[in-house]
Write a protein that binds this ligand. Structure first.
Ligand code: SF4
Length: 222
């Protein structure tokens, strides 16, 4: 069986092709004009990611939604792509929504964070507030699961016990209740109401950090 035939060469003189090459150049693609005549399988993972970002930017969006943009990339390429996002955000003046499970990406490249569990928003606030003082028990557990530079050698790694809920079933009360170390009867029966401190907002009956002197919080009217 013969392989795929080469794509028809891009007409390097047309405005659309020049615009594409400029966009590839903007996202840091090496030799952008040459890449226009290549198949995706001829590009590295990082180059493919840059090509996808360029195709998303060609319409000059006001908001770019990047869903797990660094999954399957090696660490060096991940860092290059995230630096690229930061640069593009400033150069093009556009907002960016990153969807990710990588808390390192969140910490280093976002201003605000919205934590979701079982399809519900459970906590939101500035990235600094949420990382310094997580209030929902799921957020706290996520952060506790991250290996830190100051983790003691041979210390057991923390993992969230149990399994995520079955989303085809009707969920009652707090969806994190079956896995939460602070669960009480009311958690399993009632949806936790929102509470907030400034712009930091969460839904939890027994917020993490309340053992310490926590700032005064107010209930948010429903
Ligand atoms: S509402 Fe209850 S079960 Fe849910 S996270 Fe808070 S303490 Fe845990």
């Amino acid at each position: 069986m013969s392989g795929p035939s080469a794509p028809p060469p891009a007409d390097a003189g047309t405005g659309a092709v020049l615009e594409l090459a400029d966009m590839l150049d903007l996202v840091g693609m090496p030799r952008p004009k040459e890449q226009l005549d290549r198949f995706p399988h001829e590009l590295s993972g990082g180059m493919r990611q840059r090509a996808v970002i360029a195709s998303a930017l060609i319409c000059e969006p006001k908001v770019l939604i990047a869903d797990e943009p660094t999954t399957a990339l090696d660490v060096t390429t991940q860092s290059q792509i995230l630096d690229l996002f930061d640069r593009l955000r400033q150069t093009l003046g556009m907002a960016m929504l990153l969807v990710t499970h990588d808390m390192g990406v969140v910490a280093g490249h976002t201003d605000r964070v919205f934590v979701m569990y079982a399809g519900r928003g459970v906590e939101t606030g500035s990235t600094a507030d949420v990382f310094e003082r997580p209030r929902h028990r799921y957020t706290a557990a996520l952060l506790a699961s991250i290996l830190r530079m100051d983790t003691r050698r041979k210390a057991p790694l923390y993992a969230i016990g149990g399994r995520p809920p079955d989303l085809t079933a009707t969920l009652r009360g707090c969806p994190f209740a079956p896995r939460c170390p602070a669960v009480t009867a009311e958690c399993a029966e009632t949806d936790p109401p929102p509470a907030r401190h400034g712009e930091h907002q969460w839904h939890c009956f027994h917020p993490a950090g309340q053992e310490q002197a926590a700032p005064e919080t107010e209930e948010v009217p429903r």
